[in-house]
Ligand binder design. Sequence first.
Ligand SMILES: *Cc1c(COP(=O)(O)O)cnc(C)c1O
Length: 452
Amino acid sequence: MSETVKYLLDESRLPRAWYNITADMPEPMAPVLHPVSREPVTADDLASLFPRGVIEQEVSSERYIDIPEPVRRVYRQWRPSPLYRARRLEQALSTPARIYYKYEGVSPAGSHKPNTAVPQAFYNAAEGIRRITTETGAGQWGSSLAMAGAMFGLEIVVYMVKVSFQQKPYRRAFMESFGARCIASPSDTTESGRKILAERPDSTGSLGVAISEAVELAVQREDTHYALGSVLNHVLLHQSVIGLEAMEQMAMADDYPDIVIGCTGGGSNFAGIAFPFMGEQFRGGRSLEVVAVEPAACPTLTRGRFAYDYGDTAHLTPLTKMHTLGSSFMPPGFHAGGLRYHGMAPQISHLAHLGHIKARAYNQLECFEAGLQFARAEGIIPAPEANHAVKATIDEAIRCREAGESRAILFNLCGHGNFDMQAYTDYLAGRLRDDEYDAAEGSMALAGLPSV
Ligand SMILES: *Cc1c(COP(=O)(O)O)cnc(C)c1O
């Protein structure tokens, strides 16, 4: 009874289409606005940054969008990913809850990010693009795009948030092994980077700054596009393979989740696991509780405002209505680098605003503690980001024990922590501390929101 159970799907069950939640949104979303004219953006506005195939997906309201065969061929290398029933963790917690986790750490880059890096590289290569610029926080997105770029013959330039660049030298080596160029951000290679360095020479960077640098480089050359690893509709669309597979695997387990949990940085892995289930609910299927978990030091959903804001610090990106801490907000240098973003995916923000998604925030120490408890029961060391989902799962399992409830909990184990040993070293040595959200800096950043 105490054995962890693995639910594997046959390769032939790899989804043929991605799921687009726009088709099932209970209410329409606010339009995306051009940063200068403040009018709704057009496909042409986005064409200097993204390939047509991706722009069509960004604005599509088709429920299912076919996955191109060359993308499915790459997906097949590690997909369908396994779903596990965490019986040993259940036993360790003496909980009557049934805990399931979908494991995205089986991808070559060790996280869910290749699910979108591969199609983005594919559409760019198919439209004749030679080079893609991007930003990376903890390094997982840069690693994934570097890998996908190598597969489709693209040159990749990655601006890596400086604090992570310093904390994670192996991530840089990983990207460079695939032939990508990795630059610490803020850098002196762009106008936006130089501006930040002039104001704060010791800046450890942020995703907002790194995005500005990558976008700036991309618009300078015809053969260069930009790619984003989270937040945007097309990224969330690509990640839906996670939830689509999980739905089939839960059926194999003869179960259905009462609660779905994921960690949220920009929101893509969370949307990936949750949206297919939420869509089913919006179409009249079973209802479920959906929980997004974020770091208390960068509390976008729990303490941010739902308002129009820029995606980057230099205000080069369109304005989207989302939960935001303000585009000038610089999160402290805590270890879950992938969760250090001032904004949240507009689709998630919209659904949270309508009350369909609950949000919780946790501090990093309690998350690492939960991550180690999970690792010791299940044998997988989670990425520091994923520890947030683990923590919420363990809390829910304990709540079930105390209430005598047997609920089915499904969470997304979005990546392994094998590249994050410095974080675990620091945690085990007692060197990590909890960074507080700086409410004063927070209100300053929010005061700078554009008036739309
Ligand atoms: C990038 C990343 C995140 C945060 O991004 P989302 O778009 O919110 O998923 C979380 N976990 C891991 C392992 C990541 O690589």
